[in-house]
Ligand binder design. Structure first.
Ligand code: SF4
Length: 469
């Protein structure tokens, strides 16, 4: 095998049978992918999937999360719903083995995966959270109809320097009878002259006073988690949780580096998007996340080792850096169909990919990690990270994918583009992707093809990768 092959859901049925005949061993949540359509996941019928057993395991882990959460409740484990911080509180929750944490925010993909069959957005509309808000408003519908994730035993949400959308949406929950433990994340600022400062992950810096403030906030969350679990959440337990989180992040870093820098690309954009998402809360199963990442790494290593395909300059896809997750995951397929490939991402949770510090007390390390969230600081910090990662992975073009209704997307894309283009002459495209993008597909296709053609044509002029001419 030299190049990864993408197949349809129907083709996966035959592929699955073939893998089974050849002795496929699966986790208990395994099975053919097409069975998820019976649960309402109709979008799967429109996607192209990587054909590896590793990808099968990844998709099955993703698509069985709700079952896993309900099973955890039946087994007597407590469910923690974590909102907005994307990557920090779950590290704390999974330090206690009778807690399971997940992000209700993840409901934002339900309208896409289930192709609007659940009317979650209509429920949000009826609660005054209309389409002027981002698709995370689907979370409200999922809380109200109770047909998706189990209602958590404890809800924890970060406030302060978070987007207006999430603030407004989450603030509706107490009105609806769902208690929330709020904790504050301040807007990360540059330290004043002479002010004690702390280095954060992601090459960021913050005043020491802000780190101490967040430590105090996280300590409140620590006590709530311990009360819920009925056991202490001490520094030893937190340190062990951080060690496991860093293991996940280290495997993901290896996977991203291997995939983003290899030619030809050994793993498609869609599977890589899902793999990156595992960092946030391990898809409610940390051990399986580690196993899935091991399988993906082994598959990528095997493909690279077996590869005898040598693309010419004209032959390999344009190397695209992608900003923001897409509301419709089908667009990740479209990028490849337009002649592009992913070589770097900033999906709003880069801080969940960076290793957590291990040379300071655990709560301080977690506070540093939470403050390193690119969405709680100035957009210039986010643009600088994007620029640095574009260079690291050798990207040829930047694609900024706006999220419909998202308050930060109104101007942020322009600002990021300005910063990047001030440093590098590189093609940049901004698009907007709704939850179901089929009606816009011709427009999106034309625009992405134009970006790809521009990036590739620069090779003819010797302006490849990150050359600045
Ligand atoms: S506006 Fe952006 S950051 Fe806020 S909830 Fe929506 S997608 Fe997340």
């Amino acid at each position: 095998m030299t190049r990864p092959r993408q197949i349809t859901l129907t083709q996966w049925d035959g592929r699955y049978a073939d893998l089974c005949r050849r002795g496929l061993r699966e986790a208990d949540y395994g099975g053919p992918l097409s069975r998820h359509v019976d649960d309402g996941d109709h979008r799967l019928t429109k996607l192209l999937f990587d054909d590896s057993a590793a990808a099968l395991r990844l998709w099955n882990l993703l698509l069985t999360e709700e079952d896993r959460l309900h099973a955890a409740r039946r087994a007597g484990r407590k469910i923690v719903g974590v909102m907005k911080d994307l990557g920090t509180i779950p590290v704390m929750a999974y330090a206690l083995d009778n807690l399971v944490a997940f992000y209700p925010d993840g409901a934002w993909w339900i309208p896409c995966i289930m192709e609007h069959s659940t009317r979650l957005l209509e429920i949000a509309d009826s609660l005054g959270i209309d389409e002027s808000f981002c698709p995370v408003r689907a979370m409200l519908g999922a809380f109200v109809n109770g047909e998706h994730f189990p209602i958590p035993d404890l809800l924890v949400c970060s406030v302060g320097a978070v987007c207006d959308d999430f603030s407004a949406i989450a603030q509706r929950l107490p009105d609806l009878g769902f208690d929330v433990l709020w904790w504050e994340i301040p807007h990360r600022r540059a330290p004043d002259a002479g002010e004690p400062a702390v280095q954060l992950p992601g090459n960021l810096i913050a005043p020491k006073s802000q780190v101490e403030f967040v430590m105090g906030e996280l300590d409140r969350v620590r006590r709530a988690l311990a009360d819920m679990a009925g056991r202490p959440l001490d520094d030893d337990a937190l340190a062990a949780g951080i060690e496991q989180a860093n293991l996940v992040r280290e495997k993901l870093a290896r996977l991203r580096m291997a995939v983003f820098t290899a030619e030809p690309c050994p793993m498609p954009a869609l599977e890589m998007l899902i793999a990156e998402m595992l960092a946030i809360h391990y898809c409610s199963d940390r051990d399986e996340t580690l196993a899935v990442l091991d399988d993906l790494l082994a598959e990528v290593d095997a493909r690279l080792a077996a590869n005898d395909y040598r693309p010419t300059t004209d032959d390999y896809p344009a190397r695209i850096f992608w900003v923001n997750p897409v509301a419709d995951i089908r667009v990740m397929n479209l990028l490849e169909q337009c002649g592009g490939r992913i070589c770097g991402t900033e999906y709003l949770f880069s801080h969940a990919l960076d290793p957590i510090d291990t040379d300071v007390p655990p709560l301080e390390a977690l506070a540093r990690s939470a403050l390193a969230d690119l969405m709680v600081g100035p957009v210039g910090d986010r643009a600088a990270r994007i620029l640095a990662d574009m260079e690291r992975f050798g990207c040829e073009a930047l694609l900024i994918s706006r999220i419909p209704g998202a308050s930060h997307c109104a101007l942020e894309g322009r600002l990021i583009a300005d910063v990047v283009s001030a440093h590098r002459r590189i093609p940049i495209l901004e698009i907007e992707v709704p939850s179901i993008s089929d009606a816009m597909r011709p427009t999106l296709q034309t625009r992405i093809e134009a970006l790809v053609e521009t990036a590739v044509s620069r090779r003819d002029h010797g302006l490849t990768r990150f050359d600045t001419d």
